[in-house]
Design a protein around this ligand. Structure first.
Ligand code: PLP
Length: 382
């Protein structure tokens, strides 16, 4: 017992101790914490759909007399957990991504974990961007394949590794996010496709932060490219819950048969699947409207950063402000809280050592004035 206690004490000493924030309430662009209404700049609800009351009421009216008005599937997908609405949503997704088939997983974490650990087998190798999400790393660790991590967005380094190792393995998979979760920079999918073809590998792209935020028609940034497997989550821009993979029929059927994180888990409640499907099919106009607003605020923010000579690696609505020191990052976040802004400090192991940061997460309904105030304050702290 004392081992765990001592480890926690060490985390506290190094300002790395994590606690679940006590959020009393969330609505629109706000969170209520300690009785105070703060502007939420730590949300992945990029289109502000998840707390949109009007939308939720409209959906309840639509769904309440339907067979999907159920709050549990009470079973795994391969038992009695798959009702028709799952199939309908999978058909919508496959069509939207111009792929043969789709498979819904319970979360993006379970999806990446399942896809990678299942497709990468003994005698295979995975090449992964160094800043890929924990779910991708854990998928590689869980698989029987070997893996190599290439320097972030460094495709020369990826090619060096491919040259050196590809020939020693049966199959190879290259994995990258499209929009990176902590840096907001964007992979060169064209280059990745070129390399996967040259070295006979499969290419998997995780679209978690691009899906329905900065892509076209909610088809991901890989749309139009020869990407073999695409994964994404419903839990961010779409304001829902769950995740999916799209690919060819063989890969999807292989996952259905072999992916343990798909097989051995109770399926998402039907009402939630219905909500996701309703948004993607009946509320395209709302999604497009919010996407335009997000694009406008993103452009304005990048322009403002440039005008102040503040460098950022970001090319998107996710904007990291790297402070470096863990303690200082926590202090700056506290100061922002006292100014009325909820911006959580992001520390290792979520990001590499000495790159602790505030991750400004822009959402469609945020006012630019607020972003400006936050940036003006941060300018003096970096
Ligand atoms: N992939 C990336 C890049 C993410 O940032 C996340 C989010 O946490 C996930 C996957 C996991 O998605 P989910 O939250 O649905 O488990």
């Amino acid at each position: 017992m004392s081992f765990y206690y001592n480890e926690l004490e060490k985390l506290k000493e190094t300002h790395s101790y994590r606690q679940i924030p006590d959020i009393e309430e969330k609505n629109d662009k706000f969170v209520i914490v300690d009785g105070r209404k703060l502007i939420n700049l730590s949300s992945n609800d990029y289109l502000n759909l998840s707390t949109n009351e009007e939308l939720a009421k409209e959906f309840i009216n639509y769904v309440e007399d339907s067979p999907q008005f159920q709050f549990s599937s009470a079973s795994a997908r391969l038992l009695s957990g798959t009702t028709r609405v799952y199939r309908e949503l999978e058909t919508v997704l496959a069509k939207q991504f111009h792929k043969d088939a789709a498979l819904i997983f319970n979360t993006g974490y379970q999806c990446n974990l399942g896809v990678i650990s299942t497709l990468a087998r003994k005698g295979d190798i995975v090449f992964s961007d160094k800043l890929n999400h924990a779910s991708i790393i854990d998928g590689m660790k869980l698989s029987d394949a070997d893996f190599k991590r290439y320097k972030h967005l460094d495709y020369d380094n990826l090619e060096e590794l491919l040259k050196k190792y590809r020939g020693q393995y049966k199959n190879a998979i290259i994995v990258s996010e499209s929009v990176f979760s902590m840096d907001g920079d964007i992979a060169d999918i064209r280059k990745l496709v070129e390399l996967k073809k040259k070295y006979d590998a499969l290419l998997m792209i995780d679209e978690a932060h691009a899906f329905c935020s900065i892509d076209d028609n909610c088809a991901g940034m890989s749309d139009g490219f020869d990407v073999d497997i695409i994964t994404a989550t419903f839990g961010k821009a779409l304001g829902s819950f769950g995740a999916f993979a799209v690919s060819n029929k063989t890969i999807i059927n292989y996952l259905i048969n072999k992916a343990r994180s798909f097989i051995f888990s109770t399926a998402i409640p039907p009402i939630n699947i219905a909500w996701t499907k309703w948004l993607l099919t009946e509320k395209k106009d709302v999604i497009e409207h919010q996407k335009h607003k997000l694009a406008r605020i993103t452009i304005a923010t990048h322009k403002y950063l440039k005008s102040l000579d503040i460098d950022t690696v970001s090319d998107s609505h996710i904007i990291p402000v790297v402070i470096g020191d863990d303690g200082k990052t926590v202090e700056v976040a506290e100061q922002l809280k006292s100014m009325g802004y909820f911006v959580l400090p992001i520390r290792p192991p979520t990001v590499p050592k000495n790159t602790s940061r505030l991750r400004l997460s822009l959402t469609a309904d945020i006012d630019f004035d607020d972003i400006r105030k936050v940036i003006d304050y941060l300018k003096n702290e970096i």
